[in-house]
Write a protein that binds this ligand. Structure first.
Ligand SMILES: *Cc1c(COP(=O)(O)O)cnc(C)c1O
Length: 378
């Protein structure tokens, strides 16, 4: 078992997921350098964005990371099992009655409402061993956190000293969006209600907006795992995730042959097709389906690389299979048992996400349980 994933031998698996842990560590070091002395916390929620908490966290600890963020208490316990000393924050707030779990495992809640703050204050008053807590201030998401107009009063009445205050950017990946500067101005102003309390502002993409609003800590998530925090520019991060699917069968079809469910894709001439052992049950999103053969080449639908040649999806991504058009790929590479690259080389995580009409976060956190997971440089 690796985390909650049973190990599947690569010769049995339909697809291989390679995770380069040295690239993860290298990405953390790059972000730490951008933090320029501020703490570089690693966000490892959702099983470290799909790559595996039990593999990612020890590598990040070895690189020097000492602060981790998760979304759920169950994730926090998994991180705590790997480190006695690291600081662990739970982003999704404080669920009623869970105080003892925070205290037992020395976990810090990120409190985002008056109700959470008052319940935590009651718990902490009765339990001297209670850990410290952070306070989340909402500067524009309307999701979690204290509304700005309540911050002054909450700060005045707060019966404990918070370990940290934080806010979260709504549009960091779009550097030109004016909301970034507005959120920074609001946070800078609201922070004055918490003199001497450390502050945290940037997520991955925020760390690349100049000048960087470092405060005392940055919270890096998706860039650690290789996604581009500077969309539209060259990706400064290293590739962490590589996905290859095995070719099960090849066939030559005549002009007009219908492929897959509902026959929506028809061959625009005689084509050579390869069927891959990967589908939406593996977490490869169905929205990448190539419905229209007339436009499939050069459109935004899914592709796979066979010996470096881009092969468009022919028809729907089905549960366990994807058909690709390998007419232009070399015959030696488009062969039974050979691999097609689904993520990796020139097919970046960001490109795969765009072709599925989504963001790299969803591609990463959808990475499924049926792949043979191969961890390099553990
Ligand atoms: C998920 C999350 C992060 C990390 O964001 P990335 O864009 O993945 O770097 C940081 N802060 C908060 C509050 C989050 O929810």
């Amino acid at each position: 078992m690796i985390g909650d994933f049973a190990a599947i031998p690569s010769e049995e698996a339909g697809a291989l997921l390679c995770i380069d842990l040295e690239a993860l560590a290298s990405n953390w070091r790059l972000l730490r350098d951008r933090a320029n002395g501020a703490d570089c916390a690693a966000v490892v929620k959702a099983n470290a964005y799909g790559i595996g908490i039990e593999m990612a966290v020890p590598k990040l600890l070895a690189a020097g990371c000492r602060t981790f963020y998760v979304a759920h208490l169950a994730e926090a316990r998994r991180v705590r099992a790997l480190t006695r000393d690291a600081v662990i924050y739970v982003l999704n707030g404080f669920l009623s009655g869970t105080g003892p779990v925070y205290a037992t495992h020395a976990l810090r809640p990120v409190l985002g409402s008056l109700e959470e703050i008052s319940e935590w204050a009651g718990f902490a008053a009765a339990h001297p061993e209670a850990p410290l807590a952070a306070i989340h201030i909402d500067t524009g998401m309307n999701r979690l956190g204290l509304p700005p107009e309540t911050v002054a009063e909450v700060a005045r009445a707060l019966p404990f000293a918070p370990a940290l205050i934080l806010t979260h950017l709504a549009s960091a990946e779009d550097r030109a969006d004016p909301s970034n500067a507005r959120q920074l101005a609001d946070f800078t102003r609201l922070r004055e209600h918490f003199p001497g309390v450390p502050a945290s502002f940037c997520n991955s993409a925020g760390t690349f907006i100049e000048p960087v609003a470092r405060f005392d800590q940055i919270r890096a998530g998706v860039a650690l795992y290789g996604a581009n925090p500077t969309p539209g520019q060259a990706n400064p991060m290293r590739e962490v995730v590589r996905l290859e699917a095995k070719i099960l069968q090849l066939r030559d079809v005549p002009d007009g042959a219908a492929v897959g469910y509902n026959g929506k894709w028809t061959a625009p001439g005689p084509r050579r097709l390869a069927t891959l052992s990967i589908g939406y049950a593996d977490g490869y999103l169905r929205s990448a389906s190539g419905w229209d053969s007339k436009t499939a080449l050069g459109t935004d639908a899914g592709i796979a690389l066979v010996d470096g040649v881009a092969c468009p999806f022919a028809g729907s991504v089905s549960m366990d299979l994807i058909v690709i058009d390998v007419t232009d790929a070399p015959a030696g590479a488009a062969a039974r048992g050979k691999a097609a690259v689904m993520i990796g080389d020139v097919l970046s995580l960001d490109d795969v996400a765009a072709r599925a009409g989504t963001i790299p976060y969803e591609i990463l956190t959808s990475l499924g349980r049926r792949y043979a997971r191969i961890y390099r440089n553990a």
